[in-house]
Write a protein that binds this ligand. Structure first.
Ligand code: UDP
Ligand code: MG
Length: 321
């Protein structure tokens, strides 16, 4: 039997680009269906992430014009990761495979052919990996690549240059659903689930319309979230750092004693102040990192819902009600 595919497409204030890309997604679905790679039941699911513009109206219209379009709406803006997760969880019992992709046309839709082929060949997860970033500005490219390097250096293993364009089978999704954490970083979580996986390279294009919602500040926040939700390496680094400082202080103390014995000491006000500043600075940083983890524990313990779907649209939903 042919696998049923659901494309998961997060949308936040995308009224400019959605009318263009929704057609491209539908063409791709039609082509894959015609080629008998996926079942006729396959769908395109938009996840409205609390948009403030007409995005949800556009999605509802699309769902009325073609039964292969469907949509869910989050009760408010929760960010890209939560939007993708909401879509994946909504789709998991209803399909054989999902492919998550941004709605701005930056990710090459044609890479889906290869992804589906890899699935048919036995892979349960297929990562879309950017082969080049020529169309991104130097700054975006630099910050994005530093992001992956920082993540890996800090013990949060992620697939280099893979964003959230990936195919996941429903088997993996059911396992992913067991990861109950609230700080979600899908790029790091999916590899943790395991199963047979592979990568498919694709070229990253420019946005077809609208503008990016991922400025440097959000990217840094995502990196910090990724690192602190996936690894405790920063805490371990504090330990090593503390030990290095201890050794240096020990040498300093010997030096001070020797100088005193040799009668070389002068009023050491400056050095005292320097040491106090230095040590208190390190202590503050260390406390900050620990605080970051305690903050995470606090959020996890509360176990709040990770997404709330306020509305649904699409023929599949009408049948049920
Ligand atoms: N997005 C979202 N919620 C947000 C921000 C972004 O669902 O709070 C969606 C957005 O509509 C797009 C995808 O996430 O489909 C990627 O966002 P964007 O293109 O702005 O980021 P970039 O490609 O510049 O990193
Ligand atoms: Mg984009």
């Amino acid at each position: 039997m042919l696998p049923k595919l659901i494309m998961i497409i997060p949308c936040y204030n995308e009224q400019d680009v959605l009318p263009i890309t929704s057609k491209l997604f539908l063409d791709k679905l039609t082509q894959l269906t015609d080629e008998k790679k996926i079942s006729e039941e396959s769908r395109i699911m938009f996840v409205n992430d609390g948009s403030r513009d007409n995005t949800w109206d556009i999605i509802k219209n699309l769902a009325e014009t073609d039964s292969r379009f469907m949509g869910i709406s989050q009760s408010r803006n929760r960010g890209h990761q939560n939007a993708v997760l909401a879509g994946l969880m909504e789709a998991k019992d209803n399909c054989d495979i999902t492919i998550s992709i941004d709605c701005d046309g930056q990710d090459d839709i044609n890479a889906m052919d290869k992804m589906v082929e890899e699935y048919l060949g036995g892979c349960e997860v297929v990562y879309g990996v950017r082969s080049k970033r020529d169309t991104d500005t130097f700054f975006k490219r630099f910050t994005a690549e530093s992001f992956y390097k920082l993540m890996n250096a800090m013990g949060a293993e992620v697939v280099f240059n893979h964003a959230d364009y990936r195919l996941i089978s429903n088997r993996v999704l059911r396992e992913l659903a067991e990861y109950k954490e609230v700080n979600i970083f899908l790029r790091g979580m999916v590899p943790l689930v395991g199963f047979k996986s592979t990568s498919v390279p694709y070229e990253r294009h420019e946005r077809l319309a609208g503008k990016s919602h991922y400025p440097l500040s959000k990217m840094l926040a995502l990196a910090l979230d990724g690192i602190t939700s996936l690894s405790i390496k920063p805490i371990k680094l504090i330990m090593s750092f503390g030990m290095v400082i201890a050794v240096i202080s020990f040498i300093g103390i010997i030096w001070a004693i020797v100088s005193a014995l040799l009668g070389l000491t002068v009023a050491g006000w400056a050095s005292t102040v320097c040491i106090i500043c230095f040590v208190s600075g390190i202590q503050l940083i260390s406390t900050g990192v620990i605080g970051e983890y305690i903050g995470k524990i606090y959020l996890e313990v509360k176990a709040r819902p990770r997404y709330i779907i306020s509305e649904r649209t699409g023929e599949d939903y009408n049948d049920k009600s």
